[in-house]
Design a protein around this ligand. Structure first.
Ligand SMILES: [Zn+2]
Length: 248
């Protein structure tokens, strides 16, 4: 079954009958930002191109995504194993990649009466306390309210759509298992924080395609509820964590 974003793009393509030209946008932690003197074009074969644009003419080709590239990126973003929605994100506890990254395992835990029993258990990602899995909440790393752009940039980083690659273990693990990013080899150097939060030309082109199909809200929901943006947290940390937006 096609994902939500894929369906919105397919619908837009049907209405517009390519070749289609549309505006270029990038994203910063503040949100979507228009790019002047750059345009995007979707060709008849459904490949997309990013062009420098001057005096009503396409001048220099900056980036191309083939139809297959676009399909792979969409699959990495919204395949059912990695991506949830606001109502189903707790199911991430069953995702192998997530369990590996957070060392979610069966361990012998000690009880008050000296009994030891095997329990599914995981460490709180903030304070490090080991807890039985059913005592742990699933927290959105970038918050559901206001964290959309940051969540998109974090996801794009693991898909080779930002200038610098992922810094953390989690992003690098996802990189290795994605189709589009993995084709370009090992994760790029993590670089400066600015470059980790700045999109590359492929990122701008893909985001502009999503924007053209009015699917940005769907992308935001997918990014917020993606395996990359969900982490185990104890209830104490979850209720006292303050404003996560402060820590980009
Ligand atoms: Zn904690």
């Amino acid at each position: 079954m096609a994902g939500v974003i894929e369906a919105q793009i397919a619908n837009k393509i049907q209405q517009s009958s390519p070749p289609s030209i549309f505006d270029c946008f990038t994203m910063t932690v503040q949100g979507r930002a228009p790019q002047n003197n750059v345009k995007c074009r979707l060709n008849k074969d459904l490949s997309a191109e990013l062009w420098n644009y001057a005096g009503n003419r396409f001048t220099t080709l900056r980036a191309t995504l083939s139809r297959q590239d676009i399909k792979e990126i969409l699959d990495d973003i919204e395949n059912a194993n990695w991506s949830f929605d606001a109502g189903s994100y707790r199911k991430v506890k069953t995702v192998g990649l997530w369990r590996t990254v957070y060392d979610y395992n069966n361990r012998q835990l000690t009880y008050n009466n000296g009994m030891r029993a095997p329990e599914e258990s995981v460490f709180c990602d903030k304070c490090g306390l080991l807890l039985r899995a059913d005592c742990v909440t699933v927290d959105h790393h970038k918050p559901q309210v206001g964290g959309g752009p940051q969540a998109i940039l974090k996801l794009f980083r693991a898909l080779n759509l930002t200038k610098a690659g992922p810094e953390g273990h989690r992003g690098q693990q996802v990189w290795k298992q994605t189709s589009f990013a993995a084709r370009s080899g090992a994760p790029k150097a993590s670089g400066t924080q600015y470059d980790r939060y700045t999109m590359n030309d492929h990122g701008d082109l893909f985001l502009s395609l999503v924007n053209w199909a009015t699917a940005l809200a769907s992308l935001e929901e997918k990014a917020l509820n993606h395996v990359l943006n969900l982490r185990p947290m104890c209830i104490h940390c979850n209720t006292s964590k303050g404003n996560a937006l402060a820590f980009i």
